[in-house]
Design a protein around this ligand. Structure first.
Ligand code: GSH
Length: 324
């Protein structure tokens, strides 16, 4: 469930819907940028920055995939919160795959926000890109962090190629990121957190229309923006991989499963079978987080079984060309 800081003070509280019961996600507040230019305030450098994430969270998961694709595991260390997000919000507590916080030795993620801005007002979300030198948050928007690690960390990265939003495809990548955000990435939450039947129906219509659309697109091309893996694929992946295990049940995204879409399902297996995707995907943390953290929609907090789906089964995507 989580909560909010108001002028630096923590209040446990859920999500405030709009007048019609729709879930409204707050915009990210810290939007500075790491730039690889002489004299830049936040210049990428091995060991200077730190990433705070949850393995459960689809937004944070995006940044972990890019970090691994760019081989930045040593240059950019991470802290991983406990999967439960209840009255105290995200916490650093023992759980397989989770870590303590070596930066501030914090118990709660909100302490990171309080350290960056003692008068902060807003929700305490992950991912967070932290600067050890200034002791502040650089950015807490996954799409920005993804782009920074893709484009601005090349000189620090042992694996600076390929470009996951190359100039020739930049507009298409942006348009696709925008197109999948509301109906799909945020859409599953809008289904799950809808506080009226009408708000749920609206979100479910948009979600399943968008999935059908992209299933069609993927019938004749390997990736969302053509024959090349881009940031848009990373952003769709983190929602798709959670879909059948969690969203279909917990968020009532029940009309179809991903395994029911031949192209989306093949595409999802194709991505899952790449190390940066597979090794950052933790179904135990994912399932534990959602089923436990939202008692207002799952009061028993029982964790539903993992469906019998085989992400490692051969996929047929090699029939479609891939540019590297
Ligand atoms: N727009 C943000 C959203 C991040 C976000 O909402 N993260 C969730 C986890 S899935 C969170 O930390 N929620 C805490 C809360 O709302 O209290 C991004 O993409 O980085």
């Amino acid at each position: 469930m989580g909560g909010r800081l108001v002028n630096g003070t923590w209040y446990a509280e859920g999500y405030e819907p709009d007048a019609d019961g729709r879930f409204v996600r707050q915009s990210s507040v810290f939007r500075d940028w790491t730039r690889d230019t002489e004299g830049a305030r936040f210049r990428p450098e091995a060991g200077r920055f730190h990433l705070f994430v949850s393995l459960a969270c689809p937004w944070a998961h995006r940044t972990l995939i890019m970090r691994q694709l760019r081989d930045l595991e040593h240059a950019l260390p991470v802290s991983i919160v406990h999967p439960d997000m209840l009255d105290d919000g995200w916490e650093f507590r023992e759980f397989p795959g989770s870590t303590p916080d070596p930066v501030l030795g914090a118990r709660y993620m909100r302490e990171i926000y309080q350290a960056a801005d003692p008068g902060f007002t807003g929700r305490v979300t992950v991912p967070v890109l932290w600067d050890r030198r200034e002791g502040t948050i650089v950015n807490n928007e996954s799409r920005d962090i993804l782009r920074m690690l893709d484009h601005d960390w090349r000189s620090v990265s042992p694996q600076p190629e390929p470009d996951f939003a190359p100039a020739a495809l930049r507009d298409e990548v942006e348009t696709t990121l925008d197109a999948i955000y509301e109906p799909i990435n945020n859409g599953v939450y809008k289904c799950g957190f809808a506080q009226s039947q009408a708000a749920y129906e609206e979100a479910a219509d948009d979600l399943f229309m968008a999935l059908a659309h992209w299933d069609g697109v993927l019938s004749s091309q390997r990736f969302l923006c053509g024959n090349q893996l881009t940031e848009a694929d990373i952003c769709l992946y983190t929602t798709l991989v959670r879909f059948d295990a969690v969203y279909a049940v917990h968020f009532k995204c029940s009309q179809n499963r991903i395994v029911d879409y031949p192209n989306l399902w093949g595409y999802l297996r194709d991505l899952y079978q790449r190390p940066a995707f597979r090794e950052t995907t933790d179904f135990t943390q994912i399932r534990r987080h959602y089923y436990v953290s939202h008692p207002f929609i799952n009061p028993t907090q029982h964790i539903a079984r993992m469906p019998e789906i085989d992400f490692k089964a051969a996929h047929d995507r090699d029939r479609l060309p891939e540019a590297r």
